[in-house]
Design a protein around this ligand. Structure first.
Ligand SMILES: *Cc1c(COP(=O)(O)O)cnc(C)c1O
Length: 401
């Protein structure tokens, strides 16, 4: 079979809920992927930051293969020998007390919502069914019906209503709007410290710190969705750490938590907050399964031992320096933090998609986010030499297209 045959069969039998670049990848190693025709590309998306450790990291592969031979799934009806140590590792790394494991990011966000509401009713004393959660415009928290109900992107919502009540949407990065939205029934403010899908939007300095203080003063939980921004992507282990005194009450992680091998997500928080759950309140057949725990545990070891946050900080700064030497009539702005960079094109550039297609032709895989932003987010194991290679392609496309 050739590329076009794989594409035809997928388009015939698979629902068209994505519009992928037409590259059919069949293997990968580190920052490189290879298509069915043997053509190599450098990956500058990292599966939306799920492969921060690079594709098929040998250590994570080994942990996965060894665990898969022994035990994969018990369900939580029984205990397994991997879960406890994994919970301990995650909570220590996050400097929290407890965690609740799930699978996809959206499930972890749902779990955070349920946790915050339960905390609101049981601990804060909010009247039954009155809990409010404040979220931001331009957010991306996943695709379940509850979550898309508070999205502000029309396409995420169109045709999927009716939606769950209990969410208040305020503009992202607007502290005064947050202050005005908080009331006695507010149980949480859920926010991405940096909006990834939203176009690599970085709020102004002090925003999160001020939000933290407001939440503390009003007995509101601060929930940071770090599914994409966390685990090294922005040059710190977590994006909230770019500010002093901005530690959330609940941290939602996923994506790179498994290095791309398997869906693993978690909500990490304090005893007071996650302590609201009693047996039977919440669950997941696959959540916390021993295979997931073994994979995620080694994925975290790789992030720490290979110093991926530090690499991201250094190489992100280097990449940004290079980008600013480009002389392109199409670029409105380069913005980024660590290796989490958005190139915002001017509206008259005709959309980011055609630039991504041109880069694909030159062997670099990037994905547009929203209409006008090219996101640059390579695996964090990338070398300086690889960045130079990618940069020459980006420069060429931005200057000549
Ligand atoms: C990807 C993402 C999610 C959803 O994760 P899935 O695994 O796709 O369900 C939620 N929040 C943020 C910030 C994300 O980037």
């Amino acid at each position: 079979m050739q590329s076009k045959d794989y594409i035809n069969i997928e388009d015939s039998y698979g629902a068209h809920n994505y519009l992928p670049l037409d590259v059919v990848i069949s293997k990968a190693d580190g920052v490189w992927v290879e298509d069915v025709d043997g053509k190599k590309y450098m990956d500058f998306l990292s599966a939306y930051s799920a492969v921060n450790q690079g594709h098929c990291h040998p250590r994570i592969y080994k942990a996965m293969a060894e665990q898969a031979k022994k035990l994969t799934l018990t369900s939580r009806a029984f205990r397994n020998d991997q879960l406890g140590n994994f919970c301990k590792q995650v909570t220590e790394l996050c400097e929290m007390d407890m965690m609740l494991p799930m699978n996809s990011g959206a499930e972890a966000v749902e779990t955070a919502i349920k946790t915050a509401r339960k905390w609101g009713y049981k601990i804060k004393g909010v009247p039954k069914d009155k809990a409010e959660i404040i979220v931001c415009s331009n957010n991306f928290h996943g695709r379940t019906t509850t979550i898309v109900g508070f999205a502000t992107e029309d396409q995420y919502r169109d045709g999927f209503g009716p939606f769950a009540p209990g969410f208040v949407i305020i503009p992202y990065g607007d502290y005064d709007a947050l202050k005005a939205a908080v009331n006695e029934n507010t149980v949480a403010f859920m926010v991405e410290p940096i909006q990834g899908e939203g176009g690599i939007i970085i709020p102004s300095k002090g925003y999160l710190q001020k939000a933290r203080k407001l939440c503390t003063d009003n007995n509101v939980l601060l929930i940071a969705d770090e599914i994409q921004s966390g685990l090294g992507r922005t040059g710190k282990l977590f994006a909230y750490q770019h500010e002093e005194n901005a530690k959330p009450d609940m941290l939602i992680i996923g994506k790179a938590l498994s290095g791309g091998f398997y869906p693993v997500s978690a909500v990490v928080s304090s005893k007071e907050v996650l302590g609201v759950f009693n047996p039977g309140d919440h669950g997941s057949t696959f959540g916390g399964n021993p295979l997931a725990c073994a994979i995620a545990s080694e994925s975290l070891n790789v992030i720490v031992e290979e110093k991926l946050p530090q690499r991201s900080a250094e190489l992100g700064a280097y990449m940004m320096e290079l980008l600013h030497t480009i002389n392109s009539k199409h670029v409105k702005e380069y913005r980024g933090i660590g290796l989490f960079i958005g190139i915002e094109l001017k509206p008259e550039a005709g959309g980011a998609r055609r630039f991504c297609e041109a880069l694909q032709g030159d062997g670099l895989l990037c994905k547009e986010t929203h209409e006008h932003v090219i996101r640059l987010a390579p695996p964090l194991i990338i070398s300086r030499k690889d960045i130079d290679w990618a940069f020459s392609r980006i420069k060429k496309v931005l200057e000549t297209l």
